[in-house]
Design a protein around this ligand. Sequence first.
Ligand SMILES: [Zn+2]
Length: 167
Amino acid sequence: MNCPYCGWEESKVVDSRPKEDTIKRRRECIKCGSRFTTFEIVEKPQLMVEKKGGTLESFDRDKLMKGVYTAMKKRPVPIDRINSIADYVESYFANEQRNVARSKEIGALVMSRLREIDPIAYIRFASVYEDFTDVDSFVAIISELGHKPAGEDPENIIKTKGDEENE
Ligand SMILES: [Zn+2]
């Protein structure tokens, strides 16, 4: 890290303050004595996703959230709660000290969160994820929820899904 004042390469650390996964360091240039600040960030290991057939690709948080946002469309859920789902998925595998997740596991984790946050979004996400092709699958997952979601019956949900596909 070169001194921003004189460009010298060497500096000594005069103060170090860790905060969550960043460390703020106060440095002093060995040559000119100027003080400056650097930030160190802990690099999290990249989570890989094993797809059907065994190919690996890096976990794409944006892609996952796109699917979740679609499921959450017009649902009264704060954006922070929605974003917390991706955090949950990432920290789940970090806690397990695993760098490779199967896409099925990720889907299951997302669904378990959605189920708590919003039953309608849960059903929508599941319908895409599980690739439901008939009404029976919807009925099965709804009865699995233990109750019919308030204000919407399965027919409406199917209609909504059809509308979205036509957009
Ligand atoms: Zn300097």
